[in-house]
Structure formats: structure tokens, C-alpha cells
Design a protein around this ligand. Structure first.
Ligand SMILES: Cc1cc2nc3c(=O)[nH]c(=O)nc-3n(C[C@H](O)[C@H](O)[C@H](O)COP(=O)(O)OP(=O)(O)OC[C@H]3O[C@@H](n4cnc5c(N)ncnc54)[C@H](O)[C@@H]3O)c2cc1C
Length: 360
């Protein structure tokens, strides 16, 4: 039996909604602490389908402590191409990973530590202190938890249960394409057409992920698939990629961290908390780091029978990430409001330039 039954439904110490990097990282730490942990994940298979370009900074690898068989290749530099065509190279060591394997390794570690997963199960609503979960067989089960961790991504339901409505999101579309020859750098395309976002080429062995992120506003509804096709044609003409698309994926990326991500017995982690970097959109590192922090602190709060301790997670996360996320948030505002003048503003707003760090 996965769960213990109470008179109205099922009980657990910690209910984690979402089995991505943030949810499984929270699951690893809280099950290690000996608590009863249930993760509900709407996908039937952890990590599939992949909606990610798969870049992680070297730093993350030292921290996760699982088998690192998800690494496809390393990269040394990031090449940024400005709107006027000039190129700028920055040292940015990191890895391109197979995201589906990465997510599975975290899941396996959580399971080894004792966390239980309900796959193909979707959290629907929060009623009378219970989370209603629809299982893959169509049955709805009510679950009561001492702490609920929302790790349910950019369109987080848990955040809406906490009263959070407005979220700032960038839409992203990405194609897997064969490379003409291997690369050891990522390439970033900064163009006026990509309002509030950018284009990328991230190599992965003999293939690459080529993608575009663009902000949709009531006034600007860009045809993102056309922009992606144009970029692919350009890269093919330049002899960088072959003229073939292996697959296409699309997704959403939060670009504004939430000010509040703990409330009563609920905590938000990863994309659900808007913890992606507002300029680059990278969020795997913060999802793993924040997930672990939330799992540990939730366990401590339950053991001490004091849920006010959950606020420690918000404080601790901000202590580590505030400077980087706040700076990026300010730069995004500057960049979006001066978009017409992108060529002149870009060095102050893109992480590849010294100017980005030298002004507050
Ligand atoms: C195209 C694209 C490219 C990206 N490239 C990079 C990159 O190169 N590097 C990087 O660092 N970041 C990248 N990101 C961002 C990165 O993917 C996220 O920051 C990261 O996945 C966050 O992890 P998470 O666990 O918070 O959320 P997710 O990985 O989104 O996991 C959330 C999980 O919750 C589940 N879920 C949602 N709702 C429910 C529900 N109601 N009930 C049950 N389960 C639910 C979902 O199925 C999902 O598995 C990219 C994003 C996109 C869209």
C-alpha cells in the first residue's frame, strides 16, 4: 500500500507535486530525513518528453551526487552574436546533458531513499485541506499532507492555491538538428526579432539543440515557429548545421522570480517559484538547489512540529540567489523597455559582457 488511509482519504508527511529536478531533489532530502514522502507526477514516465536545451554549469555536477551518465559533452565557451553581427566570446564551462536521464537519476535516488512516486497522476485542486489527485485509472484520491511542495513547473497549480496569479513567462521552441561538425561552445543569437528573449545553439555530440525564446505580450504575438525556421535556414546556409530536423519541442520559461514562495504549509520550488534566471532562462541549477533546501527544511519543520520554520527556505534561498536573480530581473526590465535600442543596450543586459556585472 502506497499510502496510509485516514477516514477521509490518504495521509503523508510531505506531498510533492511534480517529479522534475526540483520535485525529485526535494524528495531526495526529505526521504533521507526519514519522513513519509509522496511525489505525484502527471507524466507516465519521468523525464519524457524533454523540454529543455540541457545546459548545466560545471558547478552543478559537483553538487548532485548521482551517477553522471547523462553528460553528452562539455563546452568551454559561450559565443554571443550581437544584433549588428559582432561576436563576443566568454569562457563559460559547462555540460550538455541528456535531460531525460538526468531527471531519472534524481528520481531513482529519491526512490532509493524511500520516496514513493505516483506516476500518471495529476494534482487537480486543493479542497478542505486535501489535495485531489486524479490517478491514471481515472480515480480521484484526496491526499492530506503536513507539508505540500509545489514542484509543478511554470504553470504551477500549487502557486494558484497560494493566491499567486500573474506570472511572467517566455515561450520557447526548440529543434534538434544534426551538426556539420562538432562544437565545443554554445552560441547565443541576440536579435531584435526575439523580443525579451534570444536564440541559441547548444551542441550535443553530432547534433545540436537550436531554439528561440520570445516574450509574448498583448501587443506582440510573434510567430515563433517562423523565427525558428529562419534561424535554422541561416545556420544551414552558414554550414553549421544540416538541413534536417530530428524533432521539435516547445515550452514555457518563467522570467520573474516570485516574491513569496512559502505560505502556510505550502512551498514552491524550481520553475513553480519562478526561480529560473530572468535573463538566460536557465533553471536546472536553482531547481536542484532550491528543491534540496525545501526538502530539508520541510523535514525539520515537521520533526519540530513547527511549520513557521518553512519560511527558513525562502530566507536561505534568497541569501544564496538574491543577488544574481535580482540583477537579472532589473536587467530584463531595462532591456525590455529599451528594446528599440537593443544594439546599444545589450552589453549592459546580457550575461556575456563585463558591463552586465559592473552596474547595479
Ligand atoms: C525549451 C527550453 C529550454 C531550456 N533549456 C535550459 C537549459 O539549457 N538549462 C537550464 O538550466 N534550464 C533550461 N530550461 C529551464 C529548465 O527546463 C527548468 O528550469 C527546469 O526544468 C525546472 O525544473 P522543475 O522541476 O522546477 O520543473 P519541471 O522540469 O517543469 O518539472 C515540473 C513537473 O511537474 C509536473 N506537473 C505539472 N503539473 C502537475 C500536476 N498538476 N500534477 C502532477 N504533476 C504535475 C510536470 O509534468 C513536470 O514533470 C529550459 C526550458 C525550456 C522550456
Amino acid at each position: 500500500m502506497l499510502l496510509s488511509r485516514n477516514e477521509r482519504g490518504f495521509d503523508t508527511d510531505i506531498l510533492i507535486i511534480g517529479g522534475g529536478p526540483a520535485g525529485s531533489s526535494a524528495g531526495i532530502e526529505s526521504s533521507k530525513a526519514g519522513l513519509k514522502v509522496l511525489v505525484v507526477e502527471r507524466k507516465k514516465q519521468i523525464g519524457e518528453p524533454v523540454r529543455c536545451a540541457g545546459y548545466i554549469p560545471s558547478l552543478l555536477l559537483n553538487e548532485i551526487g548521482t551517477r553522471a551518465d547523462f553528460i553528452i559533452q562539455s563546452v568551454d565557451n559561450m559565443v554571443s552574436i550581437l544584433p549588428d553581427g559582432t561576436r563576443h566570446v566568454l569562457r563559460a564551462p559547462g555540460y550538455l546533458i541528456e535531460r531525460s536521464i538526468f531527471d531519472r537519476r534524481l528520481y531513482e535516488t529519491a526512490v532509493q531513499n524511500g520516496a514513493k512516486y505516483l506516476l500518471g497522476a495529476r494534482a487537480l485542486e486543493f479542497v478542505n485541506g486535501m489535495v485531489m489527485v486524479k490517478k491514471s485509472d481515472g480515480n480521484i484520491i484526496p491526499i492530506k499532507a503536513k507539508v505540500i511542495i509545489g514542484a509543478d513547473g511554470p504553470h504551477s497549480r500549487v502557486s494558484s492555491w497560494m493566491g499567486i496569479k500573474d506570472r511572467s513567462l517566455v515561450m520557447a521552441v526548440q529543434a534538434r538538428v544534426p551538426l556539420e561538425s562538432s562544437l565545443n561552445n554554445t552560441i547565443i543569437f541576440l536579435k531584435k526579432e526575439y523580443f525579451g528573449g534570444y536564440g541559441w545553439l547548444f551542441p550535443r555530440g553530432d547534433e545540436a539543440n537550436v531554439g528561440i525564446g520570445v516574450k509574448k505580450t498583448p501587443l506582440k504575438r510573434p510567430n515563433i515557429y517562423k523565427l525558428l525556421t529562419d534561424l535554422i535556414h541561416q545556420l544551414n546556409k552558414e554550414g553549421i548545421i544540416k538541413n534536417r530536423i530530428v524533432n521539435i519541442t516547445a515550452g514555457w520559461i518563467p522570467v520573474r522570480p516570485l516574491e513569496r514562495f512559502v505560505s502556510n504549509n505550502m512551498m514552491l520550488v524550481g520553475d513553480a517559484a519562478g526561480h529560473t534566471h530572468p535573463i538566460t532562462g536557465a533553471g536546472i541549477y536553482q531547481a536542484v538547489s532550491g528543491g534540496r533546501m525545501a526538502g530539508l527544511i520541510a523535514s525539520r519543520a515537521i520533526k519540530n512540529n513547527d511549520l513557521t520554520l518553512l519560511m527558513e527556505y525562502q530566507r536561505e534561498f534568497m541569501e544564496i540567489f538574491y543577488d544574481s536573480l535580482k540583477r537579472a530581473d532589473m536587467k530584463r526590465e531595462l532591456m525590455e523597455s529599451n528594446w528599440k535600442d537593443l544594439n546599444n543596450i545589450i552589453k549592459r543586459c546580457w550575461i556575456g559582457f563585463r558591463e552586465y556585472y559592473h552596474e547595479s
